[in-house]
Ligand binder design. Sequence first.
Ligand SMILES: [Fe+2]
Ligand SMILES: [Fe+2]
Length: 138
Amino acid sequence: MQDDYMKTPFDEMDLDYFQKPEIPGLHAGSMSEAQKSKDHYKKDGHTHGHLGATTCQDGHVHMHPGVTSTPIENEQGHFHHMKGNTSFDDGHIHQYETYTSLPIQLPGGYHTHYVEISTTEDDGHIHVIKGFTQPSKS
Ligand SMILES: [Fe+2]
Ligand SMILES: [Fe+2]
């Protein structure tokens, strides 16, 4: 965990529920291993948009607009694969790849997922992406 990113209200929450789901044979955060899980995707189903800014490092932030994969199911529920490049700022981009949390129910039949990712190191630093995906119905 980095010590130079801004604390958010989520740092004070019990995040057990938000932890990345257990995926057999998958080492959390490993991009090459993450590739292997693509076989588990449903061919159809809902996705979630995500957008926002990374934490600030080295005097700049990057944006991370994108869309998650379709659902991946396990015994506890579903989650999504999320992968992309950040925007180009301060002369470079970063890459990120992770799995979302399990669903977090919202009013009206919608749900969201929590995500916390460290980007790749580029130009001598990494950024952190923390937040919730845009709501979607299952
Ligand atoms: Fe950067
Ligand atoms: Fe979902």
